[in-house]
Design a protein around this ligand. Sequence first.
Ligand code: ASN
Length: 591
Amino acid sequence: MDLHFLSQKSVCQSTIGMGRRRVSYACSGSTEQSTETSVLVIYTGGTIGMVLHDGVLSPEPNALFENVRKLPFMHDEQYAQNTKLYERYKPEKKILVLPKSKLDMRVVYIFLEYSPLLDSSNITPDDWVTIGKDIERNYEKYDGFVVLHGTDTMAYTASALSFMCENLGKPVIVTGSQLPIFEMRSDGRDNFVGALLIAGQFHIPEVCLYFHDKLYRGNRVTKVDSGSFKAFASPNLPPLADLESDIKINWDTVRPLSPNGKFTVCKEMNHNVGLLRIFPGITTDTVKAFLKAPMDGVILETYGCGNAPSNRKDLLDEIHKATQRGVIIVNCSQCLRGTVTISYATGQALSQAGVIVGFDMTQEAALSKLAHVLAKRDLSLEEKKKMMTKNLRGEMTAEPEGAKLSISDSRFIQIIAKTLSVGCKEELEGIRDALMPTLACAAAKNGDTEVLEAIRNMGTDLNKPDYDGRTPLHIAACQGHLNIVDYLLDKGASVFAKDRFGDTPLRNAILLRCKDAVEMLNKYGAHLSRDELQDTGTELCRLAASGDLEGLKIWKLAGVDMATSGYDGKTPVEVARAFGCKEVVDFLEAA
Ligand code: ASN
């Protein structure tokens, strides 16, 4: 544990639940407790931190941090002092902590400020890559990420990051504001605090955009208003969360983790892509000039549900020639809402010219997806085209989902409700929320997928912990019920959930030696948390001393460094040598 420096009199600590770390501290003569989580704030620029210089707004280095530090609702200096926060997070320099949230949590946030800070109109794909690299480099150290960004190209950056991040298991929340945070009336404070609360408190494994009390999927948004605080819209997907007096996450809309392994960031982008808007009377020369080499991919902004003039053979010929040369052209609508279908002859003409359908993607999502897909050197042209029509990160609407059972359809809940004489929706939901996490854990213990499925269909989030902070995934990982682990991961269970003791499902699977569960969790990008890794060296030395080769092997399988030293500075191999365990020495030397 990394809080051992805290004086026993004033502070003690243990770890807990989803909130990662329980900190106790002396406050007004009594002891209080909080759960800490950590968020990295990547500050790229934007109006949120701008200051007026000669009558125009431009970003001012360091000003945002200095301002936020003085706002009591954005930084609790007393808590920082009481819990020796700055010492704990050394060598980081710009550290702040939010006051205790309604969920009894403290979000500690660390500023990573870019230089120069940019107006987002100056952001390029190279900046997307820089942000991606910073997320990748810091991925294991933080529970979530906030990207502060200008609003003008925020939807492009959020879309691009969504495609660049492979196997993302933590929230990445992009936000900014319409007015500088220093002004008397500014949306910056609410947007920033909201983004921090989401990134620090919820397992939403997506790149999102948070603005004006709504959390959107990052690749579904577009800027629709240059002045209003309600600057963004997500025309084809409802918000992932509404932040009103309570934070309401719409878990049915949140995408589950994908089972493809460790988190990585794709850093290659093809720059030869563009947006071409069709308009009445567009000349062939314009189209021809736009489509000529080195152009590799174009989003064609068409009318209505994907239409372009079918009586313009000159124009269609140019488009056809380009697709024949291998330019990928994607049909996206100029309309905000709705999808591209081939229901008109005018749309069919484009298909015949080799244009592929972009369904209901925003132009921002389509363009950044194209830049991402076209950079994949190992794919053929056909494979790239196929990838463009595939739903990669929830950026387009797949087939309608099967009708879900609503809470009132559940006989089980209805019987309980009748017994307790309750009938209204809120009361039913209350019963469901109180009972279901425990029942889901019991189903996970019994290896019963059908019951889990029924519970999920009632609208229960399978990430909800029981009274001990344990989620169904913890239980299944301990039991070695691989089918349940697989089912839960497929349905979006978080590999980073922590129980009351601060343990993740991965640590449970290691300790109970469920090798297959460790492998499966690895596939979904699981890793031990900073706290869990603290005692690992000592545990490895203990196993080495007792000649427990199998035990050591499973830690190695989980990706733990076998050379991690124990509390006295000795490495496991030194301990094994001292105890004369040859087999273990051989294994550790080869590890
Ligand atoms: N021009 C600013 C930017 O995009 C607009 C804003 O952030 N509201 O950086």
